[in-house]
Design a protein around this ligand. Sequence first.
Ligand SMILES: [Zn+2]
Length: 149
Amino acid sequence: MAIYELACETGHRFEVIQSFTAPLPDCPDCGAATRKIPSSFALGGTAAVPPPPERMPQTWKGTYRGDRDYVTAMRRTAESRQKLEERYPELAGDRRPVVAHEGRYEAAPLRAGDTVPTPSEAPGHGHGHSRTHGHTHTHGHESKPPKPA
Ligand SMILES: [Zn+2]
């Protein structure tokens, strides 16, 4: 026996406890056929943080070829993430479009504006260095040694 979160075609959601092989019940609200919601989206009642946009499917194939319930669950997840980001803007993070996310960019997706690292460079190098560069220019003025007598 296990707990499954189900969703019907019109978006009602409910939970059932039954064996893996038992047929899924119809929606108790409208009688429509139901499907299991992928477990990663069964977040009901937990404090789990919905995934950021870059963790969402980026391709048509990634949505199980447009599976309606999967896309509905996905949209709910995206909406809850959006609400969360409205309250906690620091969660929004880097919203630049991802231009590459496969192969060597799988761990760290390449975003628009990023410098493309050369193959000889270690992964993660050359990213964000220019933002902190200015700090090193002022130290000479702040700690002048006293003039020799
Ligand atoms: Zn229903």
